[in-house]
Design a protein around this ligand. Structure first.
Ligand code: PMV
Length: 354
């Protein structure tokens, strides 16, 4: 038994919800109060790359995020590690002469190194990409044979939104009915090639850490917002059906109306929470006005906008022409010297940052 090391590497992009997940019915298992739908970004932008290694010489499980040692003691990491280890199988690497038996995995420790290919300081959600990638790559290393639905349900226990990053394209997280979470899984609605014309632009309004974490924000909303109950029970089920239809038929008008309405309702729920939560700021509101005015002047949506638990705008254009026009308008309203918002381009998709 020499000092061997076996490794696996994976990459997962983050995803942006167009029908938002907000509120848990079970905090430990991370079971949501409503279905949600998202689009997974392409892996060249905003993705996590994770390498996992196993060796008999490792004395404990360890993790580095962007080169910094981080603790794995949190329940969410432990749940993911446990659930993957449970499903581990025999692994044989003939070239290296390594044989790991199924039952050996419990005694072996892993080292995990994860990198985000976007500025971590940009305040962009990274836990979705991170946990999806961790679960996927550990599964690869340990020869886990479960299907993507099952993997999504494990990633969900790291971070709810992570379950949707297991797939590319358009993805639905079905809330499920069971109390054990076995049917709270993500399914792919359409693959990444389905709606190729869409261009996603992220305007980084502020790179500060958000003040209210999604975990505590959701808890407060579930406990205090009457609008949340109404939204989850009466609004979202209908909206999810319409959104599935809009995606299937590549109907940008319907897609944009639903996306904007759902983002605004999510932020209304935040305001309806006691004490109220403000994720958007003045710049976010000005971006909404800019888009709304443009959409109204054309009589039909030119751009969809959506905001998560922070002030950054995610803007979705139906084609490159509108994406270019949008960038021009944003730079006109927020000139770089204004020091409010400036831009740098990342390949096809753009990121605007301060
Ligand atoms: O998975 P979490 O705990 O980071 O929650 C994500 C919540 C939102 O980003 C606001 C909405 C969503 O569906 O992604």
């Amino acid at each position: 038994e020499g000092q061997w090391v076996l490794m696996a590497t994976g990459r997962s992009p983050t995803n942006i919800a167009v029908i938002k997940y907000w509120g848990k019915r079970d905090e430990a298992l991370i079971l949501p109060v409503n279905d949600s739908i998202s689009v997974t970004l392409d892996p060249d932008h905003l993705s996590a790359t994770t390498t996992v290694a196993v060796s008999p010489s490792f004395p404990s499980d360890r993790m580095w995020l962007n080169g910094k040692d981080i603790s794995l003691s949190g329940g969410r990491f432990q749940n993911c590690l446990r659930e993957i280890r449970k499903r581990a199988r025999d692994v044989e690497d003939e070239k290296k002469g390594i044989r790991i038996k199924k039952e050996d995995w419990d005694k072996l420790h892993v080292h995990i190194a994860s990198y985000n290919n976007f500025p971590t300081a940009a305040g962009l959600a990274s836990s979705a990409a991170g946990f999806a990638c961790l679960v996927f790559t550990l599964g690869k290393l340990m020869n886990v044979k479960e299907d993507y639905g099952e993997l999504s349900s494990i990633a969900r226990q790291g971070s709810g939104s992570a379950c949707r990053s297991i797939y590319g394209g358009f993805v639905k997280w079905c809330m499920g009915k069971n109390n054990d979470g076995s049917d709270s899984i993500a399914v792919q609605l359409a693959d990444e090639a389905h709606w190729n014309d869409l261009v996603i632009i992220i305007a980084v309004v502020s790179s500060k850490q958000k003040e209210t974490s999604s975990t505590s924000g959701m808890r407060d909303s579930v406990e205090t917002s009457p609008l949340l109950q109404y939204r989850a029970q009466t609004i979202v089920p209908n909206r999810v059906l319409k959104m599935e239809e809009a995606i299937k038929s590549r109907n940008f008008e319907s897609f944009a109306r639903l996306t904007c309405a759902d983002s605004n309702q999510f932020h209304a729920v935040c305001m309806d929470t006691s004490p109220p939560i403000f994720y958007m700021n003045d710049t976010s509101h000005r971006i909404i006005s800019l888009v709304e005015k443009w959409n109204q002047s054309e009589g039909t949506p030119q751009i969809a906008y959506t905001f998560d638990a922070g002030p950054n705008a995610v803007l979705i254009a139906p084609n490159r022409k509108n994406a270019t026009l949008l960038l021009q308008k944003l730079l006109y309203c927020f000139p770089p010297q204004h020091n409010d918002l400036s831009s740098y381009m990342v390949g096809d998709k753009s990121i605007l940052s301060d």
